[in-house]
Design a protein around this ligand. Sequence first.
Ligand SMILES: [Cu+2]
Length: 111
Amino acid sequence: MRRLILSMIVVLAGAGAATSALAGAMPEYKLVLQDHKFAPATLKVPANTKFRVLVTNRNAVPSEFESSDFNREKIVLPDSTVTVFIGPLAKGTYKFFDDFHQATTGVLVVE
Ligand SMILES: [Cu+2]
């Protein structure tokens, strides 16, 4: 019995470690759309790594987070946040913009 409980604890601890390792494996970044600007306007991310960006729209109108450089497109409603999975990307500079307000631009610097 004691042996069984011990092995159950080991299994549970292992599952917990695996979960946090997975969660920690993908870097997460935040972008905010406010006053029709991206903040930050330049986001530095690691090369050859899949990551996610949480895009929050604080404008009063819908936006569309878009990039032809890394091929993503996602509508962000006012006061909402969307998650965009990006990468892995090679080193370089990748542009993104708000497709509904194309003067709103930002840059992903992959290094
Ligand atoms: Cu679009």
